[in-house]
Design a protein around this ligand. Sequence first.
Ligand SMILES: Cc1ncc(COP(=O)(O)O)c(C=O)c1O
Length: 389
Amino acid sequence: MDRAYVLPTYARSYINFVKGTGSTLYDESGRDYIDFAAGIAVNSVGHSNPKLTEAICEQAKKIIHISNLQVIEPQAKLAKKIVELSGYDMALFFGNSGAEANEGAIKIARKYGETRFEKKRYKVITLEHSFHGRTITTVKATGQENFHTPNFSPYPAGFSYEKSISDIYSAIDDETVAVLIELVQGEGGVEPFDKEEIQKLVAYLKEKDILLIVDEVQTGVYRTGEFLASNLYEIEPDIITLAKGLGGGVPIGAVMTSHKDIFAPGDHGSTFGGNYLSSAAGIAVLDILSEMYDTGRLHEVLIYFEEKLRGIVENYPTLFDKEVGLGLMRGLRAKDAKTVSDILERTMQEGVIVLKAGRNTVRFLPSLTITKDEIDEGFKRFEKALNSL
Ligand SMILES: Cc1ncc(COP(=O)(O)O)c(C=O)c1O
């Protein structure tokens, strides 16, 4: 049915998962798999989390959706919670995905460039290994050249790409309105940038009145150990985008900005964005994760996971050069691309789900609520897969 009726945009595996609990998934034959991928950083509180499930069910019994033309109480509560947890004086717009959040960010930057300066500014600088989404504009914002295929051209003007943070300075001209970066490049190979280098860039951009947009679609919502990677880097961006982990699997994305007066009614919109259901899910996710953070449990989990990865690098020096990443956004840098695809095939056979990322990286994005037992079992299976290569 999938092959007949669904457009083939994904190189899919045909394991049919029917149930999940915590970080364990079950296929239709009853076989279990340890989930180190969490739906690509989406299932932040695990599968069938009782608190999240209850919040979704309770909300669905009342109202799932009305339009954004009326006030949506849970949306306002979620926005307040995000602002408080971030520590930034910002306001939010809600959409449904990471790409939509980044589209919103680019619109904010474009309007800023149009309205705040005598001469229009519109150019956005991004980085070569970045990933920002799949809409025509966010594909163009993505700095990986293979995404700019002529199949979907022409693309919007005004995007350019730099190899590294230090190259951004000389790329800025009098039409540059914003710099868009991930603090840890996810799809590009789980690559964190140096904190001081980022802080230096932030100071320079502030001085030049150029906006800093931080794409926290993957790094946000405690993935790196702090609520936002921007908190970890101790910077104050102008615009931050969120999605993935925010709804725990219920689609929701958001763009937050300190330029609270930038949009007027009619400037932007989204039919589904921040509806009752997704906002209720977001509130439940943040309740669960902020408690884990406050009690120190999140920190324990990520230290435990990191130790396990370090052990793998020590035990398999012929396969891996080093471990990379922050918090529970982790990778093992393999010797070559073939090693990565062989590992992915073998790990699935052994019942543990991992991902790949750019720069020959085996990627780990487990639920933040993963237990020590699940981590132990997952790495046992992972090692078994490595031993069988
Ligand atoms: C950093 C980053 N930005 C944007 C996106 C796009 O998000 P979505 O697939 O929800 O549109 C992703 C998805 O992987 C991402 O990792």
